[in-house]
Design a protein around this ligand. Sequence first.
Ligand code: CUA
Length: 335
Amino acid sequence: MRLGKRLTRLPVALGLLLGVLLTASGCEDAPSILQPRGNDAAEIRNLAIILLAICGAIFLIVQAWLIYNIVRYRRRSAEEPVQDHGDIRMELTWTVIPILIVIVIFILTVNYMDVLTNPPSEMEIDVTGRQWWWEISYPAEDFSTANEFYVPIDETVRARLEAADVIHSFWMPQIGGKTDMIPGRINQSTFTITQEGEYLGECGEFCGVQHAHMRFLIFAVDAAAFSQWVEQQQQPAAAAEGEQAQAGEALFLSAGCGGCHTIRGLEGSAGLAGPDLTHVAGRTSLAAVTLDNTPENLARWIDKPQEVKPGNLMPEAAVSNDEIQALVAYLEGLE
Ligand code: CUA
């Protein structure tokens, strides 16, 4: 009997432990697949709940049966217990039931896969995963941005996914499932966001030391706000205003920043190794959602990129503090 009690306590104890660990790790801030804001994520959540219910039922039945048998057939005397074996009905039952369960799960999964892969597609974006940031291009609208982008709600977006260096994985937990981004190959992911908001996306495949700092933000807005954002993104960069910003603009070119970064409208700045900075001041974050986009953080990022995000491709530029302030003044003017 004591063993039976211990066995029933085990799942409860494990559940409590898991709860404590999740709370302690601050997981309440992470985007949850249990709170979907897109059609695909809702389908995946539903399937996950059905699978969890089936597995939970199997777990409970097996545990109950195990405990019952431990108690019912425990050794009561020194005699050897009688063993039954070769019950053909029982053998058949526990062969047929799992087959039926697998068939049901298979049908459900194929059905969801069909729903997820064949929606009507309305707009296209190209997303390229790089160590460790995201390049997002709107081919029809003819512009590129990085790490933060907008999509209209209730419209199906087809994302064509590529990787420039190693394998990454495109994942927006509240919007849809993960899709691998593989160098030399284009994978596709379609999604529809049903509720306005700001959603966190992340790389779902380990891709090097800064994998955890490879995140992005997707803003789902109504059609009017989306058009407005597109129009604004299509504009070339604003010219530097004021002495400090003008000095920063000149420095951006002379210090070599333009060799890695594109600023549309600034001649000599067409590099493709780093994020497009044409409208960098309009973003809420820096370095693939590693830092909030504030003048202090931008200065820190330019000064010590290897301290903020060790291993990333941005070199420490040989510039003085005053020069960093000039670069910040220029870049923070690029709304
Ligand atoms: Cu990119 Cu992990």
